[in-house]
Design a protein around this ligand. Structure first.
Ligand code: UN1
Length: 512
């Protein structure tokens, strides 16, 4: 345990977040003595064990679900601004623990410390946004066609929510969901990735303190366990009115089917295969910096990572040369070291997946321009990789969660848009151009088919103020800002007659 951040050792970080060497894996208002198999939390930069968690089993999930149902009943009676006050305090607790929690994210997931801290900042921002929203859960009022009638829409708490999150944003994506669910009057159970259990424990301990200090119902439950013991019972549970799931397309299809079968709501944020189009009139230095952050940042493990780069033929050679030089200078290493630009992949499986994808890419006619190798030594490090590709390579239609960028060339914008939209996923997209016409064309109905479309900005690093999510196999869900809160509430249309007559709509007569 000699690895250090600027100011603390690993054991100090864990201790300050209340994490022991061995930890229970479920919380329903109190910590449950779970008996499932042990999950080892591994530091991907060193391969060393950080701590252990006893996973939750189906019976532990059941305790959490019963508690979430019980907590929902009083919680929905709290006024929305009073619920907002709890979320405000959660934001404050997160501010107090930002350094430690951000360091833990880096330690357990492997992203750079500044990204780990950024993730906690994203949680704080989400809390701030939700506090404001707690006074703005607006319904509409309509003019009734019937005299002396008033008609309006209101939003009520929905019920317990199941939140499934992935390893790559081990804390922020919980906050996107939890802050909104909480102000909307919902309780929730969190099933985090088994690759990042300590992050989930630390967050839940922070939330627990806020609940207890306010005598609030235990709305933030946690069940760390596998698909069979937690995921499946949660998806099938009619008490969980909404399942919000972030992860692979395969997982989302499985969850979505089970939730649809019982006519529950699902909010799916699944794989991306994000592309950047670089036009011949682009500011190439800007494009280069953006591509580098979006393709190499977080070691290619964001759902918004740029995986496909479309270069206009007139600038393709120049841009490739710039990319080659930039890729050569990427400093790979300990994510806690301020000099590092790219940390490890999350585990050995991720390294294998990248190597398999590369083998397929080469087999399908791709040419490795740079990188492509595993870096020997402790930890799960790989080289950031550039592959010259064609649209006929099936592998380029798949999401590989690694710093693997496919390069394509095109003659004109229509061709670029067609290539760009030719994959099953539809999360994030971008164009680099200084032409207003090209930029606007990319944003039209026949332009990018993604949930997110940017101009002169990369595909990753979205702010929380907008609704976040994508189309096609990305699942169609929207999280975080704008009106995403509506997915966590149920809508009620109310018509109120204050007159002495009973007129019927559509002019129907029905007199006795
Ligand atoms: C994800 O990878 O699941 O836009 C979310 C971004 C981040 C969120 C990524 N704000 O890259």
């Amino acid at each position: 345990m000699s690895q250090t951040t600027a100011s603390s050792t690993v054991s100090e970080i864990l201790a300050s977040l209340g994490i022991a060497a061995e930890n229970p894996g479920a919380f329903d208002g109190s910590w449950i003595a779970t008996q499932g198999p042990e999950i080892l939390s591994i530091n991907p930069a060193t391969g060393e064990e950080l701590a252990r968690v006893r996973s939750a089993q189906a019976a532990d999930y059941e305790r959490c679900a019963a508690a979430a149902q019980a907590a929902f009943e009083p919680w929905r009676e709290w006024t929305a601004p009073a619920r907002g006050e709890i979320v405000r305090q959660l934001g404050d607790e997160l501010r107090r623990h930002k350094e430690a929690l951000g360091s833990l994210v880096s330690l357990e997931m492997g992203k750079l410390l500044s990204e780990g801290l950024g993730e906690v900042q994203e949680m704080i921002d989400m809390c701030d946004l939700a506090v404001g929203m707690s006074r703005q859960l607006f319904g509409k009022s309509m003019h009734s066609e019937r005299p002396q009638h008033r008609m309006y829409e209101q939003w009520h708490p929905l019920g317990p929510v199941g939140i499934i999150t992935a390893f790559n944003f081990p804390v922020a994506v919980w906050a996107w969901n939890a802050a909104l669910a909480a102000i909307c009057g919902d309780s929730m159970i969190w099933k985090p990735s088994e690759k990042t259990p300590l992050c989930a424990l630390a967050v839940t301990k922070i939330a627990q303190r806020v609940l207890e200090a306010n005598d609030a119902p235990p709305i933030f439950a946690l069940a760390i366990g596998d698909r069979n013991q937690v995921g499946k019972p949660m998806a099938a549970d009619p008490r969980m009115r909404l399942i919000s799931a972030t992860g692979s397309v395969r997982m989302g299809k499985a969850v979505g089917r089970v939730v649809a079968e019982r006519l529950g709501y699902s909010l799916l944020e699944l794989g991306g295969n994000n592309g950047i189009v670089v036009m011949d009139d682009a500011d190439l230095d800007l494009a280069l910096r953006a591509v580098l952050f979006a393709a190499v940042g977080t070691a290619g493990q964001r759902c918004t990572t740029t995986r496909r780069l479309f270069l206009h033929k007139a600038i393709a050679a120049e841009m490739k040369q710039k990319l080659l030089e930039a890729y050569q200078s990427v400093r790979i290493g300990d994510p806690l070291d301020a000099e590092t630009l790219m940390g490890p992949l999350v585990d050995g499986g991720a390294v294998e997946d990248m190597m398999k994808a590369l083998e397929r890419a080469v087999g399908e006619g791709g040419k490795i321009l740079y990188g492509g190798r595993v870096i020997e030594g402790p930890g799960f490090f790989v080289e950031p990789t550039l592959v010259e590709a064609t649209s006929h390579m099936p592998i380029t239609c798949e999401e590989t969660f690694a710093p693997l960028l496919y390069l394509f060339e095109f003659d004109d914008l229509d061709e670029a848009i067609e290539l760009h939209n030719s994959v099953p996923q539809g999360l994030s997209s971008a164009i680099f151009t200084l032409s207003m016409r090209s930029a606007e064309r990319f944003l039209t109905a026949s332009g990018s088919d993604c949930g997110i479309a940017n101009v002169n900005i990369g595909t990753s690093g979205a702010e929380i103020g907008g609704a976040f999510g994508g189309e096609k196999e990305t699942g169609g869900g929207r999280e975080a800002g704008s009106d995403s809160w509506k997915l966590y509430m149920r809508r009620q249309t109310c018509t109120l007659n204050w007159g002495e007559e009973l007129p019927l709509a559509q002019g129907v007569e029905f007199d006795v």
